[in-house]
Design a protein around this ligand. Structure first.
Ligand SMILES: NC(=O)c1ccc[n+]([C@@H]2O[C@H](COP(=O)([O-])OP(=O)(O)OC[C@H]3O[C@@H](n4cnc5c(N)ncnc54)[C@H](O)[C@@H]3O)[C@@H](O)[C@H]2O)c1
Length: 293
């Protein structure tokens, strides 16, 4: 039987974590937001406030809803602060060893009946579930970026996920006003299995000199009616996340067609990770983005 979710923990307060906290609080859930960095938590709370205000100016929510949502969110640097949550969504960096350690530490304090979810973009839910004490109450709940704007959430069952966990997660996501696509547990699921090879191919197109950054983005915006060019989108997702997803596809499906472009590797090695570090395929430090190639 599906359980009732009241209190939601979110681990990682980066661009996805603050978005998930935002929509969960607007949906009326109590939210505990966790990060290893106090600075990240502080800036996440400021981002949530700013994004709620933007929704007010677009007349999507009321001032009262903003106040209520903010009052429902608390921030903590300690995982113990999540012990009495009914559902915990992990959305820390896309590194398997980091996630596994989080799950080990979390499960030692979290109440046994709670559901644990990962917002991973690509890592096997079955494998992550196996690093917890509750594979049957573990599930992939994959939000899209930016969370308050995008309609879709992918739900991914691991091999052991039980029906109650699936139904409870489905009800939670529906209460947030999102649509669900159910994906089997294969590398990168549905959206990123299709999207990331396209972005990687755009980077190869740049790497091989077929077009420059502006030409490639203009081509896909004006020639295929994509709302953002693929390189602009890569910067938006984060180039480290893009590289991690390509590595998971490459290793998980053992097919050379998924090999990450060496230029993507170079940008990540430079620490040019896109918007979040102010530089990627575009430089965001000035008034308007300037292509870096
Ligand atoms: N960026 C996207 O478009 C997107 C979309 C869907 C899913 N995701 C997935 O969401 C996750 C987070 O991505 P993001 O873009 O928000 O990354 P991000 O770099 O913006 O944020 C990651 C946050 O995790 C924190 N963190 C690192 N280790 C931690 C730990 N041990 N405990 C608690 N917090 C920790 C960091 O301090 C940081 O604030 C990844 O798994 C990513 O694949 C990303």
């Amino acid at each position: 039987m599906a359980a009732v979710i009241k209190k939601v923990g979110v681990i990682g307060s980066g661009q996805m974590g603050n978005g998930i906290a935002h929509v969960a609080a607007l949906g009326g859930f109590e939210v505990v937001l966790n990060d290893v960095s106090a600075d990240r938590l502080k800036s996440a709370m400021a981002t949530i406030n700013g994004n709620l205000s933007r929704q007010i100016s677009k007349k999507l929510i009321s001032e009262d809803a903003r106040k209520k949502a903010l009052a429902l969110i608390t921030a903590t640097e300690k995982l113990e602060g999540l012990a009495d949550c009914d559902l915990v969504i992990e959305t820390a960096v896309e590194k398997e060893e980091v996630k596994r350690k989080i799950f080990r530490d979390l499960c030692s304090t979290l109440k046994p009946e709670a559901i644990v979810a990962s917002n991973t973009s690509s890592i096997s839910i079955t494998r992550l579930a196996a690093s917890t004490d509750r594979p049957e109450r573990f599930i992939g709940i994959h939000f899209m970026n930016p969370v308050p704007v995008m309609e879709l959430v992918e739900l991914i069952r691991g091999i052991a996920t039980d029906d109650a966990t699936f139904e409870t997660s489905k009800a939670f996501v529906t209460k947030l006003g999102k649509q669900i696509a159910v994906s089997e547990d294969f590398p990168a699921f549905i959206v990123n299995r299709i999207l990331l090879p396209m972005i990687n191919e755009a980077i190869y197109t740049l790497y091989e000199g077929v077009g420059n950054v502006e030409a490639i983005d203009a081509a896909m915006k004006l020639g295929a009616h994509h709302p953002m060019g693929p390189l602009e989108l890569a910067d938006f997702i984060g180039l480290d996340t893009c590289l991690s997803i390509m590595q998971v596809l490459h290793e998980g499906l053992a097919d050379s067609k998924y090999r990450p472009c060496p230029l993507l590797v170079k940008y990540v090695e430079a620490g040019w990770l896109g918007r979040k570090t102010q530089r990627g395929f575009y430089d965001y430090r000035g008034d308007k983005p300037i292509p870096t190639r």
